[in-house]
Design a protein around this ligand. Sequence first.
Ligand code: ZN
Length: 270
Amino acid sequence: MNLKQGLLILVVGCLVPAAVMAQAPSTAQTAKGPVLLPGEGLAVGMKDSQAFYGVAEQEFPMGALAELVWLRTEGEEWAVRDLRYKCTGELAGAFCGKRDGHGKVDIAKAMQSGCDLAFLAWSRWSMQRWEQESGEGSARVRLEEAFRPFLGRRMPSGDGPLALDLQWVGTGQLLRTSPKAMLQWLMDPLNEGFNEQAMRFLRPVGGLFSKQGVDWWMKTGTVPTPNEPGAASAWVAGSDGFRYAVLHLPKSHGQAEDLARFKALMEIKK
Ligand SMILES: [Zn+2]
């Protein structure tokens, strides 16, 4: 090796870490950032910065995170009318995640327990209202607008009224997101005010305070793993109004454990 080659190797050797450094997350969390387990993905954002760890850009079915989109889109209307629902576990052939039903739920309880049927009933009601308010076909347009970041090219075709099924509240493959995409939706300036709604309906899920005394809202969801009875992956999204985070876990260990993992990674203390 002559001197020139040696220098070249030295320069390249220095450039590679520099390039990696340039992409390194700038977050105020910890100097190193959170340490993830294999398969986990985490997106963390603050006002001017976003950071991504692990499997943060891969899309998965969004599960109950779809309820956040409904909350953003129709939460105010539903809250003004104080909508309630009695979940028996089945609604005209559609089944709730909890087969024996959630019983009587209001918006907060439906959000916290992930009652698919309450969201299905309320979103159908919203669709009808949109059609009445803005004319035939308008509901489809509003629905597509609200869910655009999660639809890809999967918007069902047609012009007429759309019969909403459980896919529109997060079941199946229709609505998909990644930790990164979900974080960016949460932090979209168009969604200003969403945090207050989420805090109002979801704060008891976290039920804890960070060491700075700041409340977090947290939303959990699970997605059944194909061909693996009883197994599921998990989502946890949350914010304290300053920090936002979206976590995807390849395997759910139940809501309490999934929340505990989120809190550990975000360093949220009791
Ligand atoms: Zn239910």
